[in-house]
Design a protein. Sequence first.
Length: 67
Amino acid sequence: MNNIINMIMQARQNPMAIISQRFNIPQNIQKPQDIVQHLLDSGQISQDQLNNAMRMKNSPQLKQFMK
């Protein structure tokens, strides 16, 4: 139970810490572009996955939904 509470407290203080741990992102990488590059370089995501995510991000339907 304490582990869950610790994770919640850590996520509130530093949300990127949870993502960094999950995807083994070094602490010195902070910029989103650098994080994406690290994930590509380490094979954790593919270029196709990145392209699909960028298409979804730029989708007018998604932008309308997020309003």
